[in-house]
Design a protein. Sequence first.
Length: 123
Amino acid sequence: MRLAILTTDTLHHRYFVWSPPLLSLCPGAFLNLHGGDPEDCRGFDTHLWAIYHGDFAALATTLHHVSPDLDAGDIVATLPLPLHRGMGLHQLRRSNTEICVRLVQEALAGHGSTGSSRPWSCG
């Protein structure tokens, strides 16, 4: 795999802009953790927008495949954030981080159970 194709035009750390040539290196191997349901709300800071609009049911995290379009890949799994009355922003962020870890662990465990000896192999 040649890393020379990873330029600022094809990969942006914060905004997750991915090019088709980059994604074609390892089809299905690129995953993203997204706050909320990407079919309802795309972009970033989605948890804060949900709170702003009083849509507490939207406080979830989704693991999905990356596609060239922002937050448009197939969904792997979604879990709601555990909430409690009076929860501070730092507690919400912690809850989200714990859900992110759980989603990735479950996805990796599930992929390993498919019998593939080379999960998400790249060429």
